[in-house]
Design a protein around this ligand. Structure first.
Ligand SMILES: [Zn+2]
Length: 154
């Protein structure tokens, strides 16, 4: 027999008995970190749940939180291993998501490479200018040539 798992987070009603419900689709239960394995993490999770009378001493092997309460809604990730505080506003949650940014920025080209891009830009611009000048010169020459040609045929 499998023990019923229910979510101990805030006002969440997720319960493994109601797995058939639409709202439970894709929801899974994550066992609470045990205090004897890491008090700090247990405390963070308990605090995030914001439940009255719920302390680390209430954590048992049957204490679960559902996957909905993490950034992205799919359980803990390397970047967001802890649940979102139950009292967080949607704005605060957005800010938590933004903290991901530095990781993304690292994927951008390193400064050295960026400099090359800028230099390339200048080169292109200069090349264009030179091309324009050359084109003008050709045009001018042609004008002179055509004029002198006309003058000759006159
Ligand atoms: Zn839940």
């Amino acid at each position: 027999m499998v023990a019923t798992r229910h979510c101990c987070y805030g006002l969440c009603r997720s319960d493994s008995r109601y797995g058939y419900r639409e709202s439970m689709k894709g929801v899974y239960f994550i066992p609470f970190p045990k205090p004897h394995l890491g008090m700090e993490k247990s405390l963070r999770w308990v605090r995030a749940c914001r439940r009255e009378n719920f302390t680390v001493s209430n954590i048992t092997k049957d204490t679960y939180i559902c996957s909905l309460h993490f950034i992205g809604g799919e359980g803990p990730t390397a970047e967001h291993p802890d649940p979102i505080p139950a009292t967080a506003t949607s704005t605060q949650v957005q800010q938590m998501k933004k903290r991901k940014a530095p990781t993304n920025r690292q994927a951008a080209p390193p400064p050295g490479k960026r400099k090359t891009v800028v230099e390339d830009g200048i080169d292109n611009e200069m090349a264009d200018t030179l091309l324009d000048l050359a084109q003008n010169e050709i045009n001018t020459t042609r004008k002179w040539q055509s004029r002198s040609l006309k003058e000759c045929t006159r």
